[in-house]
Design a protein around this ligand. Sequence first.
Ligand code: NCD
Length: 311
Amino acid sequence: MSAGFKGMDVVSIRDFSREQIEHVLKLAEKMVPIAKGEERSVLLEGHVLGSLFYEPSTRTRLSFDAAMTRLGGRVLGFDQPAGASVAKGETLADTIRMVDSYSDVIVLRHPQEGAARLAAHFASRPIINAGDGAGQHPTQTMLDLFTIRKEKKKVEGNNVVIVGDLKYGRTVHSLSEALAMFGADLTFVAPPSLQIPKEHLKQIESLGRKPRISGSLEEVIKDADVLYVTRIQKERFPDPAEYQKVAGMYRIDLPMLKDVKRDLMIMHPLPRVGEISSEVDATEHAKYFDQAFNGVPVRMALLGLILGGLK
Ligand code: NCD
């Protein structure tokens, strides 16, 4: 089953079959005690991960660091391009060529859509896309699926309501396609200007799913099994006035949860900036902090497969 994983680039969720993703999730299960520090591992001892973050990150960068370190590997790189030669005008291609010769695998986050694909072209080592502009975020999708499976046993058949910035939100782009592949029902809630782009809708429909499109969360929340909330991606708006029009449009608070299913799970890739009120954190619905932890075992499994320590 692991055939094809070793040395593989992870650029888009479309690069993976359902069986491959299921294999990652199964191995991630076994990684949980190591991720928690309850067991030790030297699976990736002697391996080096190059971590290049051209955009802010907390969870993605630190969970890749934690995953690599917990497996005995090392991490080098930067999280502030201002401190690297990028600030002197070095191109992405040149930076990638350098880090390619210093490490065994490269994790890249970049504001430009397509940056990971470009990096994969210049690197001989595997490239893992940790978010390319408004493009994709495939490893986030794997941890999202892991989280849903853990709570609901399976992904198939769940009604997943995705709300927020579906236009610029890269987590949604990868996740919605994967959910369609896994046979979930999808409902997209956003103002018309931030609805899911056609490209993704087409992919979802080609997988035999017919998503519901809505502007009103109140209308659809009662039937949801999973509510996936996202931040309006302020940094991607060409016009700040356009952002102001949609900022704060959706907010999950206790009154909003009055009539929801008892086992509704609420997810968010985080960071949140007001989309989920903190009073929701204490409810049984809140799964976003578990979700953030799940990034560690899932990225461990993926790194183990790509670097060849796992089969
Ligand atoms: C997301 C991202 O960077 O795309 N964060 C993450 O990786 N968990 C979501 C966001 O920034 O809104």
